[in-house]
Structures are given as structure tokens and as C-alpha cells.
Write a protein of this length. Structure first.
Length: 161
């Protein structure tokens, strides 16, 4: 009887500790800096004229993103000249669903632990990075005035140093 009680307590203990939802560890701001490469397109707005396959064919392992403390750059090709270059910026941690009202992008990002948006002079620049363990998502927004935004695309990136 004593053995049965010990076994039941052990099983209960395993169940309780194993069933707890693990809160994902937040990503620190200083840990986001570095180079990221495009892996694949995860989401495209219906209004986007491109398709996932063409973006994957064009950008995979070629397009790169550089995040530095006060600047952001996107290189569309292997060129040394960035397609997009933003200086005097800061990265602000925001809620995962900040500016996201569409269900599909919300579902993609729901397991992320941290999201940083790019701001300059307290104005969002329409770019965001979300982190889910080893997964890094780049989110681009389009603004339609009156503080209305739509998620234009979400790309899965890979960090490389």
C-alpha cells in the first residue's frame, strides 16, 4: 500500500510539473543585433502583388537584414548598398499583437516571446522583428492613415554572425 501511494505521488508530481505551461523567455534588446538572412515567406497580404514562391526564389539566402543599435538596413541582393537604410532609430518592445488585427498573422506570431518595432522620433517605421526561440520573423506593415495598419508580409529569417 505504501509503495502504491509513493508511485501515485510520483505520477502526480510528474503530471503537475509537466503540465505547467512554460513561459517563453523574453529576448533582450542587445541580443537582437546582428545579421539575418531570408529563409522563406510565411505570410503575404492579399493586396501584395508578389507571391510566396517568387519571393523565396529571389531572396532565399541572399536577402539580408542588419540590425545595429541605432540603425537598420535591408539588402535585397548581395550588393553592399542597402535597399532600405534607416539611421537614428530605436527598437521598442511592443505587445505581440500590436497593430495586428488580421487572424492569420496573429496565429503565426502567437508563440513568440518578444517583438521589437523600429521607431524613429517616436514614429513607427513599419518594420518589426518577433522572436520564438531560434525562429525570427520580420514583419512589414503598410499604413493607411488614421493609425490604420495592415501586415504586408511576414518573413522567416535566420540569424548568422
Amino acid at each position: 500500500m505504501k509503495r502504491l501511494l509513493i508511485i501515485m505521488l510520483c505520477l502526480l508530481s510528474v503530471c503537475i510539473t509537466g503540465c505547467k505551461s512554460k513561459e517563453k523567455e523574453k529576448v533582450n534588446l542587445e541580443d537582437i543585433y546582428g545579421k539575418y538572412y531570408y529563409k522563406e515567406c510565411i505570410y503575404l497580404s492579399e493586396q501584395n502583388i508578389f507571391n510566396k514562391e517568387s519571393l523565396d526564389d529571389t531572396y532565399k539566402d541572399v536577402a539580408r537584414y542588419s540590425l545595429k543599435e541605432n540603425s537598420f538596413a535591408f539588402y535585397q541582393s548581395e550588393s553592399l548598398t542597402p535597399t532600405i537604410s534607416l539611421k537614428n532609430i530605436n527598437y521598442k518592445e511592443v505587445e505581440l499583437d500590436y497593430k495586428i488585427s488580421i487572424k492569420e498573422p496573429k496565429e503565426i506570431l502567437k508563440d513568440c516571446s518578444t517583438r521589437f518595432d523600429i521607431f524613429r522620433e517616436d514614429v513607427s517605421q513599419g518594420y518589426s522583428f518577433a522572436f520564438d526561440g531560434d525562429k525570427v520573423y520580420f514583419i512589414e506593415f503598410r499604413s493607411y492613415g488614421d493609425n490604420n495598419y495592415t501586415v504586408w508580409n511576414i518573413f522567416l529569417l535566420e540569424k548568422r554572425d
